[in-house]
Design a protein around this ligand. Structure first.
Ligand SMILES: Cc1ncc(COP(=O)(O)O)c(C=O)c1O
Length: 351
């Protein structure tokens, strides 16, 4: 496959498909009252080394918007990066689910919120002023929309500022596994021990069909969540099939193995492209997303040769995303084609 548009253009991981097959057997109580969902709750608690409240849903947008809705009043302010998925790509779902909370976009290189930007926004003195939305949540994305990663000390520093101002910390972990294997630390270290209160943990982009889970590290924060999820239409009557995907994802390190492969393929791609004259990475390669500047002629040629990718903002930049099952041969074919085009020649496809 030569499609690098996203990590959701690919198939369901065989282990997850097999788990769905196994779950597709006999009767099970509906709405999450099944054995698989119960086992999933225990597994999440075990992996994250503490008691948690766990809410499976089926899309990342619902996971983010529902998590935020549990953390802010309708008159609250949610601080996030200006490129955050919740700000740019969720069609106002966070505003809808929270009943109108205000997203406050912050700047920072490569989609990372900086302590300076957060501190400056919080220093505006909105708390208690009836004219201002009330500071409620800091939402970070890990790995970020630019494929970069917050180091643990960076996360802790941001969470400290947020908590000192009475905010809760939400993490959009659509690509949490990709970040985790890059950071090479325990899931607890990359989440609640770094100050995260609620994690939207994704699986869809790393091998699932449609499975995400909202994890509350302080179950007290989840008191209204069951009602919110039902009201949002994400309390699946056949919940066992969402939970079965997530259980398989978190079994035998599948999530980590898949993410390691995706990240390794991004590294292979970046290393190959680095040898091409006129090619430049726009952001550091730290997970499975690359933003690459290439001459327009090369980009056009790659498209004509049948490679799939998104152009970014029309400025000689493309986004390349690798997945849990990206074929190394497809990566090599892309690099070779880019090299041939950069050298002024035609593309000779070998893979
Ligand atoms: C960083 C990030 N957060 C959230 C989502 C939302 O996922 P979904 O498309 O399942 O709603 C995506 C999907 O592209 C994403 O990249």
């Amino acid at each position: 496959m030569h499609n690098f548009c996203s990590d959701n253009v690919t198939t369901i991981a065989p282990e997850i498909m097999a788990a769905l097959e196994r779950a597709n057997n006999g009767a099970a109580m509906p709405y999450g009252n099944d054995e698989i969902t119960k086992r999933l709750e225990q597994r999440v608690a075990q992996i994250f080394e503490r008691s948690v409240a766990v809410f499976p849903v089926a899309t990342g947008t619902a996971s983010n918007a529902l998590a935020l809705s549990a953390l802010t009043p309708p008159y609250g302010a949610i601080y996030c990066h200006e490129h955050a998925h919740i700000q740019v790509d969720e069609c106002g779902a966070p505003e809808l689910y929270t009943g109108g909370a205000k997203l406050l976009p912050l700047s920072g290189a490569s989609a990372k919120v900086t302590p300076g930007a957060l501190g400056a926004a919080l220093a505006l003195g909105w708390r208690g002023n009836v004219h201002n939305a009330q500071p409620a949540v800091l939402s970070l994305t890990q790995a970020t929309e630019c494929g970069t990663i917050y180091r643990l000390d960076e996360m802790r520093a941001l969470a400290e500022i947020a908590h000192a101002h009475g905010l809760k910390v939400h993490l959009d972990g659509t690509r949490f596994a990709n970040a985790l294997v890059s950071l090479n630390c325990a899931p607890a270290d990359a989440s609640w021990r770094a100050g995260v209160d609620v994690l939207s943990l994704g699986a869809t982009k790393n091998g699932a069909m449609a499975a995400e889970v909202v994890i509350f590290f302080d179950p007290a924060l989840a008191q209204t969540m069951a009602f919110r999820r039902k009201r949002a239409g994400h309390l699946f009557s056949k919940m066992r099939f969402i939970s079965a995907q997530m259980e398989a994802y978190l079994t035998d390190d599948l999530w980590l193995r898949n993410a390691r492969h995706a990240n390794a393929m991004a590294r292979r791609l970046a290393d190959g492209l680095a040898k091409i004259h006129g090619c430049r990475l726009v952001h550091p390669r730290e997970a499975n997303l690359l933003f690459v500047m290439l001459p327009n002629r090369v980009i056009d040629g790659l498209e004509q040769a049948g490679f799939g990718f998104y152009r970014e903002g029309g400025v000689r930049t493309i986004r390349l995303v690798t997945a849990y099952n990206t074929d190394p041969a497809a990566v090599d074919a892309f690099v070779t084609a880019a090299q041939q085009l950069a050298a002024g020649g035609p593309v000779t496809m070998t893979a």
